[in-house]
Design a protein. Sequence first.
Length: 111
Amino acid sequence: MPPRIRVLAPDELAAALEAVDHRALTKHFMAVLEQRAPGHSVEVRVPPYAAVQVIPGVRHTRGTPPAVVEMDAPTWVALATGELTWQDAESAGRVRASGERADLTPYLPLG
């Protein structure tokens, strides 16, 4: 299992952005999303780096959650930084989202 996600310190974030370190940036922005949208009704997955459960609502405890969002790391970083909109990512097929509350537009960009 990959190390736990965490919000990077400002200097670490600057270095990760400069190096375009998708692993570090994915984990950072997943941690930020987890802080800003606490809950357990939507599982956001960015394989192989991280998955978090966010957004208030029905909590699931086993199996596939009622809402799942999945994408690759470059798409997640672009969404989190505002370089890509949710609508553009969806229409380009870069995001797979299903279930109630699976639209992350209200929470993006993250930083």
